[in-house]
Design a protein around this ligand. Structure first.
Ligand code: HEM
Length: 289
């Protein structure tokens, strides 16, 4: 695995520590830290809010392969599953549950989750995910952008664990294109459901919920709507801005008359897509695509 020097919060590496301690014992974890030459203080534990050098995490991973007799992809995949468990134990279960009603929606909303998490961990270098249609009806593609290299097996473990925990299904997830292959700037996985063992709680809730009733006429005037959502933008398929919230109207007023095209005034940070109407629409509604 290529070693790049990025800072990384202890929150992330704590999952690796938990995995080794729980499945292989405290002694093995201490042995790995010793052999890797990584000093984590007396408790030999990561502090979640502390920033560590990523090369230490690489050394720990590499040493773990020797001490545990497992290859790196296997450890990373197990690490992914443990990372989800760790997020749940850390009190994030409800936040995760709200990410989407389907696995695709969940994964498509991960960037918003990491954006939110970055308010707590301001120096984090988060990955970016988006979904697009696959070749067959029952599969989709998961696009994974990261400044780090070699973490694809971790994503595989995470996605399998999310599918199992929140959507009660088993998925087959395969790496189709790896970042760097033929100049690709990100990795792409195919994800396919292979078994669904019970109705997921989110589906159940949907089935039992009262049917939604939409009024014939809008119940709020455009003026109230624009004041309530001061930063919203409505644009058409020609990318022309048709409406925006009250604060944005003030900020953009002169500029919009000269040029109503949304891409002249806004860029997209997340997800990492080309800013066209079709790309944007498919990203917002992956399960419709
Ligand atoms: C509430 C739950 C979550 C929290 C609090 C969280 C937080 C974090 C943090 C702090 C990092 C380390 C970034 C850094 O220090 O630079 C990270 C990395 C990462 N997260 Fe999350 N995360 C959560 C859920 C998820 C889920 C559900 C997935 C995927 C299904 C995911 C995928 C990843 C990946 C792949 C990385 C590695 C960094 C990279 O690829 O560059 N995270 N996350």
């Amino acid at each position: 695995m290529k070693c790049i020097v990025l800072p990384q919060y202890g929150f992330f590496s704590s999952a690796l520590e938990k995995l080794v301690r729980r499945r292989f014992g405290d002694d093995k974890w201490e042995e790995i830290c010793d052999l890797a030459g990584v000093s984590l203080g007396e408790s030999c534990s990561f502090q979640v809010h502390h920033v560590y050098e990523e090369k230490d995490i690489h050394s720990l991973l590499q040493t773990a392969t020797t001490v545990l007799g497992l290859d790196q992809p296997t450890i990373l995949e197990m690490f992914g599953e443990q990372f989800l468990q760790w997020c749940v134990e850390y009190g994030q279960s409800e936040t995760l549950r709200l990410l989407g009603r389907s696995l695709q929606d969940f994964l498509a909303n991960l960037d918003s989750l990491h954006d939110h998490v970055s308010t707590i961990y301001p120096h984090m270098v988060a990955p970016s995910f988006r979904c697009s249609p696959g070749r067959w009806g029952d599969e989709f593609l998961l696009h994974y952008h990261s400044q780090r290299d070699g973490l694809e097996p971790l994503v595989i473990g995470l996605v399998k664990a999310v599918a199992r925990q929140y959507f009660k299904m088993e998925v087959r997830i395969e790496l189709m294109t790896k970042k760097g292959d033929e100049g690709s700037d990100h990795s792409v996985f195919t994800v396919q459901e292979v078994a669904h063992y019970e109705q997921s709680p989110t589906e159940e809730a949907l089935r039992c919920s009262t049917p939604r009733v939409f009024p014939d006429q809008p119940l709020v005037t455009p003026e109230v709507f624009c004041k309530s959502f001061p930063f919203h933008v409505v644009f058409n398929r020609n990318m022309e801005i048709l409406q925006c919230g009250s604060t944005l109207s003030v900020l953009l007023s002169g500029a919009l008359q000269k040029d109503p095209n949304i891409s002249s005034h806004f860029t997209i940070d997340h997800p990492l897509i080309k800013f066209t109407f079709v790309q944007y629409f498919l990203t917002l509604t992956p399960s419709l695509s």
